[in-house]
Design a protein around this ligand. Structure first.
Ligand code: WT7
Length: 638
């Protein structure tokens, strides 16, 4: 660990929080430097050792096959299925009767599932899917609220060797239709709706509209959650509970042994240009990577109750609500609704009620709850908490300190984990034993080699900003972009092709003690409340409105959300902007893409700054909006 130096330093760097004695004493990983060095010197040995902790139907011939780099392959020759480790192996031990999932709905209804019960639900659904003709390798789209069936659906697909594509329940028609089409999904699993802030969302209605735009769906299975009336089409639509009570569901289903490198899921995420890309993750490496990072970073103990308060619709939920905690045999808490419903103490009530030991959330959620004041958490017994975590964007020191002092009572280290949809799991993160600096993601995880470099790939000076790169492969890395390997190369591997490095798309800096600080995206990805959106998607949603000729979207700082979308719109000739049209356009984007993509504000303009080749210069728009220097304008077309 980097030592605590006495020398004068700027305030942000001076504050160092050493881990409490009881954490150090009980930590699974007691030492970083030596193990880190070893993991870099013998990367394959390190990962093989981690892989040995899991069950395999057949062990690997090779830990890493880099013959087609950067299309790396891990644990080749091995046979496994993530379900073998997430469910099957626990059934042979006392964990069989341990709670796997404790779920609470927003209205306050609760359901719990032991590993035994989880296996029953997943096996039955797997049989249903087999009966619907779902084949190994095909992609099933899942569009659900945060209910246990969402996890069952993911796990059931994996069990029979189908891949899943979960579309976040907050997304809307266009986003869903586009993802269904890209995946060529034949089967969609959805629900009538879910609860959010006391209201029933209308998922099935959106799904119906999306199925009209995306013609590939032949079978749609709907979970009844809200009981609201929904339209069901003959021969296409089936109720989940009907299918699950039919003899075809049975109660036993064999897990299909998969090649280590076979596809487990695709997950769409926004990039700089064009439509979202479906990143591909596979059974073997992903299981090893997520389980290892989860176990070591959050120091998972047998009796822990683990709450990752994200949505399974994002990579955070895939990796750390569903797969890693189940592989590690933990008890997972799932909560359906909003953190402040009906009151801003909902989360703290949950912590007290279930005796939650670890809470993992985002800076935007912390800031959102912080603004209601400490009286709300102070009413609750939060003493069960041992560790805290954060992800999604850089946490501002004020939110960090509130989280640490008010929620963690000054006693729970905060794991600020930097990672991406592409990385599968944590990449730069403290361990419980790490001395923390608020706002820094600290050090690379074992086996992860990073650099902060300039455009040429030269390491920048200590404390200077540069591009964050990852210098060597890791088991959890995305294997490709579904259907578009060229885009995979172009997006992540082109800029440092010579060196063979992965470009993260973030700017970062490393301070004199070796602590890593993430500055933010260097591309046109906008992080709104920790959710990742592409300027291009928001722009095309705007342009799909009949009044709009062209649009540009940028992210501007926002107190709670971190960033919010600000859009510039050119209207069709003869039309003029009004506040009424502004709200209509916002609604339109919300309807097409989902509420999270709604612009905070829209400005009507006559022209957009463009390069001579016709690219919108969003950097210039941003600088103008912030009243900053517009920088190099030589490529600007007059
Ligand atoms: C981008 C990736 C939800 C899982 C991770 C998000 C930003 C992520 C941190 C952090 C500062 C962070 C980066 C990254 N980011 N974690 N701890 N500190 N920035 O996955 O939606 O694919 O977004 O989120 O900009 O590139 P994602």
């Amino acid at each position: 660990m980097a030592p605590t130096k006495k020398a004068e330093k700027p305030a942000e760097i001076k504050a160092i929080y050493n881990p409490p004695e009881h954490i150090i004493k009980n930590a699974t990983v007691r030492e970083y430097d030596k193990l880190y060095r070893r993991s870099i010197e013998d990367r394959e040995g390190f990962w093989a050792e981690q892989a040995e902790l899991l069950d395999w139907y057949q062990k690997w011939d090779q830990v890493l096959d880099d013959s087609q780099a950067p299309f790396y392959r891990w644990f080749t020759g091995a046979k496994t299925n993530i379900i073998q480790n997430a469910i099957d192996r626990h059934l042979k031990t006392a964990r069989r009767n341990k709670l796997a999932i404790i779920w609470e709905g927003e209205p306050g209804d609760t359901r719990t599932f032991s590993y035994h019960a989880l296996n029953r639900e997943v096996s039955k659904l797997a049989n249903v899917l087999l009966n619907m003709g779902v084949k190994r390798g095909e992609i099933v789209t899942i569009y659900m609220p945060q209910i246990p069936e969402l996890a069952f659906a993911m796990l059931a697909c994996a069990k029979i060797g189908a891949a899943h594509s979960v579309v976040y329940g907050g997304f809307s028609v266009e986003a869903l239709a586009g993802r269904i089409t890209d995946a060529q999904s034949r089967v969609l699993i959805t629900a009538d709706g879910g609860y959010r802030r006391g209201r029933a969302t209308k998922l099935k209605e959106i799904a119906n509209e999306a199925m009209q735009r995306a013609a590939t769906i032949e079978v749609c299975i709907t979970v009844k959650r809200t009981g609201e009336e929904v339209y069901m089409e003959n021969d296409r639509d089936f109720w989940y509970h009907d299918l699950m009570s039919m003899p075809i569901a049975g109660h036993k289903c064999e897990t299909v042994p998969m090649d280590s490198e076979e596809m487990l899921f695709i997950l769409y995420t926004s990039g700089t240009t064009g439509q979202p890309k479906g990143l591909v993750h596979t059974h073997g490496g992903y299981a090893v990577y997520t389980a290892t990072t989860h176990r070591m970073v959050f120091d998972i103990k047998e009796e822990d109750r683990w709450w990752c308060a994200a949505d399974p619709g994002w990579i955070t939920g895939h990796s750390y609500i569903v797969y890693a905690p189940l592989i590690n045999g933990a008890t997972v808490i799932m909560y359906e609704g909003a953190p402040n419903h009906p009151y801003p103490n909902r989360w703290w009530q949950m912590v007290e009620k279930y005796g939650i030991n670890i809470l993992y959330t985002s800076p935007t959620a912390i800031r959102g709850l912080m603004r209601f004041g400490r009286a709300w958490p102070d009413r609750h017994d939060l003493s069960s908490l041992r560790l805290l975590g954060t992800v999604g964007e850089t946490i501002n020191p004020e939110a960090w300190r509130w989280y640490h002092e008010v929620i963690g009572r000054g006693n729970c280290p905060i794991m600020d984990t930097w990672w991406q949809t592409e990385t599968g799991g944590f990449m730069i993160t403290p361990l419980p034993i790490t001395a923390l600096k608020p706002g820094s993601v600290t050090f690379p995880f074992f086996g992860i080699e990073i650099g902060v470099v300039d455009e040429q790939g030269q390491e920048v000076a200590t404390g200077a900003d540069g591009n964050l790169v990852i210098k060597a492969p890791w088991p959890g890395m995305a294997r490709t972009i579904h259907g578009d390997p060229d885009r995979f190369l172009e997006t992540y591997w082109k800029d440092y092709k010579k060196q063979g490095w992965y470009k993260a798309g973030d700017a970062a800096r490393i301070d004199e003690d070796g602590y890593v600080w993430i500055i933010g995206r260097t591309d046109d990805v906008i992080k709104v409340a920790g959710y990742r959106l592409g300027s291009a998607e928001v722009e095309s949603a705007l342009a799909s409105h009949e009044a709009v000729t062209e649009a540009a979207a940028i992210g501007l700082p926002h107190e709670i959300k971190g960033h919010a979308i600000h859009a510039f719109v050119i209207l069709r000739a003869g039309l003029s902007g009004s506040s009424q049209l502004e709200s209509e356009l916002k609604e339109h984007v919300g309807r097409e893409m989902g509420p999270i993509a709604k612009p905070e504000s829209i400005e009507f303009v006559d022209m957009l700054p463009k390069t001579r080749s016709g690219k919108i210069m969003r950097r210039v728009l941003k600088a103008r909006a912030l009243g900053e220097d517009e920088g190099d304008l030589t490529t600007l077309e007059e």
